[in-house]
Ligand binder design. Structure first.
Ligand SMILES: Nc1ncnc2c1ncn2[C@@H]1O[C@H](COP(=O)(O)OP(=O)(O)OP(=O)(O)O)[C@@H](O)[C@H]1O
Ligand SMILES: [Mg+2]
Length: 543
């Protein structure tokens, strides 16, 4: 049989490949390092010339020690959504901020993705670099390799990469376990932690929800609508040129559900909570740093804002003189310079700046919430619309709010016979939701709905009595004050001479009264003595 040119070509290719495979280990071992590097470089250039595919590598090595690169982690999160659907070998880990098992691509595995009809491949690689120092372990780096046809270079670089980063971050936020952060004073941290985050955190696991909050249904619905509209308004805020943030002021007496509502808000929107303790913040600069470190999709809370700082004073930092002036006006207590230095340096203007100034724009999608028991104490600049966009008053328990709590605490769906009495009493007495909740909560297995409602009725009656007593006392006090004022007014109406005359008259009157009393005493005494003498004479006569 005659050999065709095709078979001849095939035979020569096979023999060349076999020869290369046989000689390769000898080349690897005997070739000097420099020459080998040259060889690799030029062969990759030559093969790259013919290879129509482009690779982009995402290594886990970052600029910061012990920290994996953000791009690598974002790709990993993005692939954790794709890989389980098609990869043959997966790696299971417990997510860093999550209680869920996260699946990712195992080493040397490949997964295909599609973007606008274009196919893209992701491969997971592990590279071991021999350590340059004897005795040190080899360095292992992980990377994801993105491969695509060079025809789609522009599409991948301009659009696909942005899509991966955006979606990866969104998946990360969705899968994360939400956290409750609090700021700790930096100087109290040990030296090796000084440069780390100013916030410390724990997992946020508050069970509050809007369904369980005792509040009038309309008010509740209004707040929920407001929050949901805000969370979907990214484009709208961009259009009107405002940072994507909203301020809420929650005010009302203690125990009316302000803190509970913040937890319900965080759960509704799936946001993290940053509980900012203003008294622990050193100065305005630290406040700004704290704000920069907060992430999007979060609620920044300052509880009891009226107690946190002296925010009722003027915005400017006070000089000695002006502070004296303020002291005279009773606005700010006077401090000596040392004390002033030690004291908190966060000023009202610093706070206004982070809420509403240029610094407020960092992050986006954030709620800033203030709570207070005394709204009237706050500087109007602090709570004006635009800073605190929505003011919510949480007040004493209404009957509608009570019904929500009764359903929540006692599973009372329908009207109970005792509800009428409770409704009447709630119209006559003020009671905070916290107290209602406390009375409705069964304390032992024998506490049924009737018993709990009776306790509540008792509490309401007591509150009513106390309110009546207080009212009486207040009226009495008012009357006394009115009499005092009247007397003072009478005195004021007279001129100096008349006042002197009145005083003299009063004194004369007092003297006359004293004299009259004295005379009366003397008359009585005389009468008694006469009587005694008369008695004695009669005795003598009888004898
Ligand atoms: N409106 C409400 N609905 C349901 N539970 C409530 C409500 N108000 C208060 N509570 C209950 O009372 C307790 C205290 O409420 P919360 O801490 O939210 O009050 P607050 O207004 O923040 O008080 P403070 O002003 O003292 O901080 C909570 O445990 C909560 O269960
Ligand atoms: Mg509170």
């Amino acid at each position: 049989m005659l050999a065709t040119p095709m078979t001849l070509l095939w035979a020569s290719v096979t023999s060349s490949v076999t020869t290369i495979l046989l000689l390769w280990p000898i080349f690897e071992r005997s070739c000097p390092d420099g020459l080998r590097r040259y060889f690799y470089r030029y062969t990759s250039i030559i093969t790259g010339y013919f290879n129509p595919y482009i690779d982009i590598s995402f290594s886990d090595v970052s600029e910061v020690w012990f920290k994996r690169s953000d791009a690598y982690l974002t790709v990993e999160t993005y692939l954790s959504d794709k890989a389980p659907k098609s990869a043959k070998r997966l790696k299971a880990e417990l997510g860093k901020d999550s209680s869920k098992v996260v699946l990712s691509l195992d080493v040397n595995q490949r997964v295909m993705d599609e973007f606008r009809g274009v196919k893209i491949w992701w491969t997971s690689n592990k590279d071991v670099n021999t350590s340059r120092f004897a005795g040190y372990p080899d360095e292992t780096t992980m990377s994801y390799m993105l491969t695509f046809h060079k025809r789609y270079r522009d599409l991948i670089i301009e659009s696909y990469l942005e899509h991966v980063m955006k979606e990866g971050k969104e998946i990360g936020v969705r899968n994360r376990q939400r956290k409750l952060y609090t700021n700790c004073p930096n100087e109290k941290l040990p030296w090796y932690m000084m440069k780390r985050s100013l916030w410390s955190s724990i997992f946020f696991e508050h069970p509050a929800s809007f369904e369980r909050i005792g509040l009038d249904p309309e008010t509740k619905q209004e707040i929920v609508d407001d929050l949901l509209t805000f969370s979907k308004s990214k484009n709208y805020y961009e259009k009107i040129g405002k940072p994507w943030k909203r301020g809420y002021l929650l005010y009302g007496p203690p125990g009316t559900g302000k803190s509970t509502m913040i937890a319900a808000m965080a759960n509704l929107l799936e946001y993290d909570v940053y509980d900012l303790e203003l008294t622990a913040v050193k100065d305005n600069t630290e406040l700004r740093k704290l704000m920069i470190e907060t992430t999007a999709k979060s609620i920044i809370v300052i509880e009891d804002i009226d107690c946190s700082l002296d925010l009722t004073g003027q915005r400017k930092k006070k000089t000695k003189k002006s502070s004296d002036d303020d002291d005279e006006n009773g606005i700010i207590p006077k401090k000596d310079s040392k004390e002033e230095e030690k004291s908190n340096k966060v000023t009202l203007s610093g706070l206004l700046n982070v809420i509403d100034g240029l610094w407020s724009a960092c992050g986006g999608e954030r709620l800033i919430i203030f709570t207070t028991n005394y709204v009237e104490k706050l500087d109007p600049a602090l709570i004006r619309k635009g800073r605190m966009d929505k003011h919510i008053e949480l007040s004493y328990c209404s009957f509608e709010a009570f019904k929500v709590l009764a359903k929540n605490y006692l599973d009372l769906d329908e009207k109970h016979p005792m509800f009428d009495t409770i409704e009447r009493l709630m119209g006559e007495a003020k009671i905070i939701p916290a107290e209602v909740a406390e009375n409705l909560m069964p304390k032992s297995s024998s506490d049924d709905a009737d018993k709990c409602l009776s306790k509540l009725i008792q509490a309401l009656e007591q509150a009513k009595e106390e309110a009546a007593k207080k009212k009486d006392e207040e009226e009495k006090l008012k009357e006394e004050e009115a009499t005092k004022k009247k007397n003072a007014g009478e005195l004021k109406g007279l001129n100096v001479k008349e006042v002197a005359q009145k005083k003299e008259n009063d004194e004369v009157k007092v003297k006359e009264e004293d004299q009259a009393a004295k005379w009366k005493d003397e008359d009585v005494k005389e009468e008694e003595e006469d009587q005694a003498a008369k008695g004695k004479d009669e005795d003598v006569k009888v004898e």
